[in-house]
Structures are given as C-alpha cells and as structure tokens.
Design a protein around this ligand. Structure first.
Ligand SMILES: *Cc1c(COP(=O)(O)O)cnc(C)c1O
Length: 370
C-alpha cells in the first residue's frame, strides 16, 4: 500500500492510506446509498464554505479542475450582454481568459506581473472604465507562484459595482478559511484532489442559490452545463447526469471525514503554514530565495528561484525523487524557479526529511552555498 514517494505537488497530492483504501468497493451510480453519499458531500461542502448555509448550494462536476472552471465560465455568463473581467497574475488566471475566448465570451483582461498582487483598486479602475462588464473572475491562490490574491476585497468591490463574482479557489479551498457569504463570492470553484485531500476525478462549485437558479439555458456545452448538473442533483437527490467517478466520490467522502477529524480547515491551515514556514526558513539557510514576498505568500505552495546559474533542476529533481520526494518544476515566465507544495498528507517531519535530502544534494554537488 505504501507509496514510493511523497508528492510535494499541488494536486494530485499525497493522500492518506485510508482515503485510498475506501476505493476498494464498486458502487452503483443510481442506488440510494450512493445518492445519499453525494447529498451528504454536497451539504458538507456548503458548511465548509460558509456560515450562511441556506443561501448556498454545491454542485459536483466530472473531470479535472479545469473542466469545472470551464463549466462555470460557460454556464453562468449570459449569451446576450455578458462580459467577463478576468484579473490574472499567473497561468491559471490566464487559462480562464483562454476558456472565455474559446467560448466566444467577451472578455476584458486585467494583467499583473506574476509576483504582484491583484489589488481591489486595479479591479475597480477596470470596472469604472468598462461599465458593461457583468462578471468578475479571479484566482485565490495562484498556484503558478503560490501568491495569495486578496479575493475578499476584490469581490467586495465587484459587488459594490453589482457584478457576479467567480473565484477559482482550486488550490486554497479546504486549506485556507473562506466564507463565500462574507467574501461576496457567487461561484467558488475547487476540486477533489487539492486541499480536501481526495483523489482526482471531479471538481465542485459552491454557488449562491439565486445566482445558479438564473443560469438556465446559458450553457455553451452539454456535458459542462453547470445549471443542468445542479438541477439534476437537486431534483433527483444526488444524481449526476452522466457516469460519475464513483470511487473518487467515495474517497472524497472519507477525505472530508478526515478533514473534520483534523479539526477542520482552521487546523489544516495551521499544519500547512507550519510546513511552509519550516520549509522557507530552512531553504533560506541553504541559499534558496522564495520568489514571492512572504507577505503575499500562501501556505499552499512556494516557488524558489534557482540558487545560481549552475543549478541543475533535472538532477535535483531526480535526486529528491530517489530520496522519496517529488517536487514541481516552475511555471513563472520571466525567471527560473521550481516549486515545492506543502499540501496533502504532509507533516513538518516530512519537510525536515526533505530539507535533509536537499542538504545532502548540496554537499554532493557543491552547487549550493551552505
Ligand atoms: C489545480 C488548479 C486548477 C485545475 O487544474 P487541473 O489540472 O485541471 O485539475 C485550476 N486552478 C488552479 C488555481 C489550480 O491550482
């Protein structure tokens, strides 16, 4: 059962043995027992997302996280007079722009550098210049770098201007406390294999009921029709329209129980922060600088600059993999970076072992100043 290495990547990530073991049973997709499981998951997700349960609902969607982003973008913006503002400072924000363009949705892009926050003022200025914008989309933790955008303030501004708000909280939901009601988020998107610590196979949306109710007939795709998926789950008590990833759903339920057992999002956030702080402090001692200013850094994933020109990422990667750690290449456009995630079934002791392995690598290769 044991994995040959720990995934220090932002999803898929290392899951617990118990999450993986509940996938040993086959489920019937229309049987009551399974539908009940889906309904329980939907309720639990709303409870995790807000204190204002009654105004919100949850809908699950097959596919990786991007499929769910696409289902939201393609289903909530009206075909007539819809215009989307995407504020982006990384690859995932830019992916939303691409999705909107492919779906022929008019889009305004607010582009910031990858190491800069999107500020509420930036957003307000664009909204003032473009009063015909109807929807605002932004990424919470931009996994490209690990930067954490001030989504609460951004959505507040967007609401003041009467816009519908869409937040890609894929890599933060479950690891960082969010209240969709307090933060004025109409559609929050995340997926099974990130901070809830399930396995890949579906994404989910926490939606304000009155907003999703008004989305009938907007979809530009049959299989990614968010309204229809939601409506079917509502009408038929947990039924998905098409084959659902049953094993993944069961594993996700187990992951939710384990999140509760850990003490909820607050405690999980605490663990991720401990992992991240320990990692950055130790890396600094070895000459590795984080790419993002620590004030804007999320506890989810950290980008590190290559320590010098001689740094050989492939051999660093391979060395760590043999030691039992899989890290992530960088995704920043201007500078050379690599990334280390802290999420998943990962504890400070694991980070300590990782740090020891990095020290060994440095000593062997002599490429890093100790
Ligand atoms: C992981 C992630 C996604 C979705 O990626 P998939 O590979 O489609 O699962 C979207 N946005 C952010 C911010 C992410 O971290």
């Amino acid at each position: 059962m044991n994995n040959p290495y720990l995934l220090l990547t932002p999803g898929p990530l290392s899951t617990s043995d118990t999450v993986r073991s509940v996938m040993q049973k086959d489920w019937c997709t229309w049987d009551d027992e399974y539908l009940q499981l889906v309904q329980t998951i939907r309720k639990k997700l709303v409870v995790l997302a807000t204190h204002q349960h009654i105004d919100y609902t949850a809908v699950l969607m097959q596919g990786s996280g991007t499929f769910t982003v696409e289902s939201v973008i393609g289903s909530v913006i009206p075909k007539e007079k819809g215009k989307l503002l995407v504020a982006t400072n990384g690859a995932y924000g830019t992916r939303i722009v691409k999705i909107a363009s492919m779906l022929n949705i008019p889009v305004v892009t607010l582009q910031k550098n990858e190491n800069e926050l999107i500020t509420p003022i930036d957003v307000e200025n664009v909204l003032l210049e473009n009063p015909d914008i109807t929807h605002v989309a932004v990424v919470h933790c931009e996994t490209t770098t690990g930067i954490l955008n001030p989504v609460e303030k951004i959505c507040h501004i967007a609401k003041n201007h009467g816009k519908v708000t869409i937040v890609d909280a894929m890599s933060s939901f479950g690891g960082i406390e969010i209240d969709v009601h307090e933060w004025h988020i109409d559609f929050l998107i995340s997926s099974a294999n990130k901070c809830i610590q399930g396995v890949p196979g579906f994404g989910f949306v926490i939606a304000k009921k009155e907003e999703i109710e008004s989305c009938k007939g907007h979809a530009r795709s049959l299989s990614l029709d968010l309204y229809d998926q939601w409506n079917t789950m509502e009408e038929f008590y947990g039924k998905w329209r098409f084959t659902s990833p049953t094993h993944t759903v069961r594993a996700f339920y187990q992951a939710l129980l384990e999140l509760e057992k850990e003490g909820g999002i607050q405690e999980r956030n605490h663990r991720y922060k401990e992992n991240q702080t320990l990692l950055v402090d130790e890396m600094k001692k070895m000459g590795f600088q984080a790419f993002i200013d620590h004030h804007h850094q999320s506890p989810i994933i950290t980008s590190f600059l290559y320590p010098d020109k001689e740094f050989n990422f492939p051999s660093f990667y391979q060395y760590l993999k043999e030691k039992g750690f899989v890290i992530y290449p960088g995704k920043v456009s201007e500078v050379q970076t690599f990334r280390i995630g802290n999420i998943g079934e990962v504890y400070p002791d694991d980070i300590k072992k990782l740090v020891d392995s990095i020290k060994e690598f440095s000593t062997k290769k002599g490429t890093i100043t100790l």
